[in-house]
Design a protein around this ligand. Sequence first.
Ligand code: GDP
Ligand code: ZN
Length: 287
Amino acid sequence: MTNGIIMKGIGGFYYVKANGQTYECKARGIFRKEKIIPIIGDKVEIDIDLGVITKIHKRTNSLARPAVANIDNAIIVFAYKKPDPNFNLLDRFLVMIEKEDIHASICFNKMDMSDEVEMAEIKAIYRNTGYEIISASAKEKKGLDDFKAILKDRISVFAGPSGVGKSTLLNEIQPGLALQTGEISAKTKRGKHTTRHVELIELESGGMVLDTPGFTNLDVLEIEKEDLQHYFPEIDDLVGTCRFNGCNHMKEPGCAVKEKVEEGYISKERYESYKQIYLEIENKRRY
Ligand code: GDP
Ligand code: ZN
């Protein structure tokens, strides 16, 4: 038996990378019976002679649409400008990723459109969250080494709104990828299309990335409101230190989280996101 990783799946075939080669495999019938569907990123055992996946190793995590497993890092990409960062949206991405128990990093692109002061203000919103933040300009080829470094030796996925430069960044890192960018082709007058196959790509600089322009699934409403605090690392650190047991850090007196917001340890923006998402979940539960 040989161990490998599923790079893509098309029409019932899985392309498994093992020993530096790609093998076209089918899944064993037993998986279908057990309703287990192999997905990209699955670490599998294959029988090379038979061309079948014989075992799927336990997943550390997974995301849906597109389905991918064993993600080491989700990189949330936003732009410093054009489009201006929507912090509430960024925090929703972080919450979704925390919920799936996936490590997250943040990348702000288009640093060529901003200045030092503004960039520092934006990064300060994420103080004491523990998230690694990198700045880049795909256009001016800045920060690309930092970007390569966070991609190295891991399986990464991108999340973020369209237009922030995810495809441009990836193309800069690996020109051969030729991902469609937001620029409309003069020849065909068409913008990006979404019918391409999703697959894991091995980067020459090390690491693997899912070659999709990013996840947009933001189902924060599936979260229980009591759990939300755990998905904001800087709030999670304070759980149990409020005056009341079971404090939800909304209107309760003696709330350590609110104190830390006033002291500036937690940013107002992050606390606002927390409250907004909390109320949304609460309101949804009333129906
Ligand atoms: P995606 O939707 O996130 O994949 O974004 P794209 O890669 O398609 O980029 C959207 C637009 O932003 C395109 O017009 C890019 O040329 C432009 N863009 C990408 N990176 C930068 C950057 O670092 N600076 C500037 N000024 N523009 C950029
Ligand atoms: Zn509290």
